[in-house]
Design a protein around this ligand. Sequence first.
Ligand code: ADP
Ligand code: MG
Length: 394
Amino acid sequence: MTKRTVKDVDVAGKRVLVRVDFNVPQDEQGGISDDSRIRAVLPTIEHLLEQHARIIVCSHLGRPGGVVDESLRLAPVGRRLAELLGRPVTALADCIGPEVEAAAAGMRAGEVVLLENLRFHPGEEANDPGFAVALARPADLFVNDAFGASHRAHASIVGVPRLLPAVAGLLMERELDVLSNLLGDPEHPFGAVIGGAKLSSKLGMLESIVGRVDHLLIGGGMAATFFRSRGLNTGRSLVEEGRLEAVRRLEDEARARGVRLLLPSDVVVTERLDGEDGGRTVPAEAIPDGWAMADIGPRSIAAFSEALAGCRTVFWNGPMGVFEQPAFAVGTRAIAAALARLGGVTVIGGGSTAEAVTEFGLADRMTFVSTGGGASLQFLAGEELPGVAALPER
Ligand code: ADP
Ligand code: MG
């Protein structure tokens, strides 16, 4: 990587403001249902601890919209971080202001404090210069380890690195290395499995990777728009009518470049997306009126698995079906298993996909599970991330 990292600077005794992405999924009781994003930044924090820095961690959580939301406080995240680090973490009640400055001034080397949810202040998302100044004030150095938030031009992402010496964290470094390799010099055959609900959010990424992959496998809800573009009946499945032309161009591009573009040949359809009826399997050409696609079928699973088995590199983004319902998780589980069996490089992107792989207990079997959903899509679309652009080169 070409950016300066936390390993390139002397941090001993310094007050280091570390922006992380602790936007963890929460269960109904407000507990942390998946702590992967907390675990992912441990290497950076542990490095800073070893180097005797004073560590001020900051993050957003959810979408409080610039006001305090009791259900989105970071204290529970702080407790989990303390457990994982095996040392105390002091969660503060705000992210700027006199109390934060007093706490920072009193910190000793090797101490860790966690600031309150950045998005409790409207200045964070508005990239307000005054808010950035207040956030930067207690610190000597800024570390961006929030890859998953670096596609946002928010104060803590782009404002603070204008005010302090700034470096990339170790998670940021790894994310950029792994994803750059997919765009740069992946081992072939290179396969991409793309699914999920919304095609439009992934079109830029698809247009960018279609020229780089050997196999492009399309599943999930977005397959319906491909079906419709081929003139098939799609029943009640969600079709993005405004994207039919883009899909046609993508298919033309794949054909022109000799990319094998695979759509599901059979699908599980349902009259009710709550999973109560379990659905039934039909050929892709025979989706009945009034029924919606909820998963890929067994023939598709076999074809996708076979295409993937020969790959040396695979990127997967987007579940193959409504995997939150066990009845419709079969395709997603099968793709996760196919990737776990693979000897080559496997990269998972996307929040839901990462959650699925973690839930199946297969996250450790992947080369890398990206913590950035939107950020990884934007990066793979070939667009620069504002938070990365804001960091100085080595
Ligand atoms: P990721 O977060 O991994 O990028 P997306 O956000 O694109 O994935 O999509 C995840 C969502 O897509 C899941 O909530 C899943 O239920 C939904 N989904 C997948 N397949 C279908 C389908 N056939 N119909 C409706 N929703 C689907
Ligand atoms: Mg998502």
